[in-house]
Design a protein around this ligand. Sequence first.
Ligand SMILES: [Zn+2]
Length: 58
Amino acid sequence: MLSVEKCPICGGEIVIKEVDKLLRGGNHTAILKVSAEVCLSCGERLYSVETVRKFAKI
Ligand SMILES: [Zn+2]
């Protein structure tokens, strides 16, 4: 589900991609696969509110 239809920075087209997100906490490193909205024009990544909440839990 897209929270935005166009890039707020350049107005480019937004697509949803699976990206690896690296999380570091102490000695542990976790890699999460998350879906992010990525601008095709400038590459800006926009994480959904749901995804950001997930990060906050970890
Ligand atoms: Zn853009």
